[in-house]
Design a protein around this ligand. Sequence first.
Ligand code: ATP
Length: 239
Amino acid sequence: MIELVGATVTAYGPPDAHGRAAVVTLLHPTTCTLTERRIAVIGANGSGKSTLARLLNGLVRPSAGTVTVDGLDTVRDGTQVRRQVGFCFTDPDAQLVLPTPVEDVALSLRRLDLAPEERTRRAREVLARFGLADRAEVPVHALSGGQKQLLALAGVLATEPTILVCDEPTTLLDLRWKRVVDDLLDGLDQQVVQVTHDLEAAARADRVLVVDEGRVVHDGDPGAAVARYVGLMTGGPPR
Ligand SMILES: Nc1ncnc2c1ncn2[C@@H]1O[C@H](COP(=O)(O)OP(=O)(O)OP(=O)(O)O)[C@@H](O)[C@H]1O
């Protein structure tokens, strides 16, 4: 269970003519308890969705308030929280660091106390589960965007987190690969919190948070959330 209590994120904005930077609020105080299996976060570009998502595993620290996962504080107990909450970025290149898929997944498994051969064997098993068995030794840079996104998810899920947070996991994918990743996410046992611009994916969620200008302006039923978002988006050109 993820719990935000007055969670607020501030940062320094751009410096003025005197070199002084004002503090800007990226996320206004937010309180909610996230227990549903499928949660979507939607909103305009720059509204604060990624900031909210990154709070959930401590990638971003609250400037005020708290974020806890099953009672563990994302600041105080950051390492334990990150073991429980896997995070997948929009761009898999931000996540894939080793030359081949098998090495990359084996790296994800480094926390398990395993001999190197056993770690490699497990990494191959994980790749097979994700339909990437025949890509195990192919250079990561030679994989398609869809294969890279699957690999990034495989690396995160290999560690068996109880919660998966994904920041626009299908934005860079063509329709075929988007379906593959959507099906994978829909079928997971884990709780999944997904930031998305895909309103069909949002409509399939159990609960949808709509973020606007750093505030959660709607939280609840997917149909009403999507309608709220569409209303916001048709209210004039972006600022
Ligand atoms: N570390 C930071 N310092 C200053 N401003 C930041 C920082 N991180 C994000 N921002 C700003 O906060 C706002 C919200 O950013 P965020 O990435 O959370 O939006 P988003 O809703 O995920 O956008 P998108 O849909 O475009 O990915 C943006 O205006 C962004 O430029």
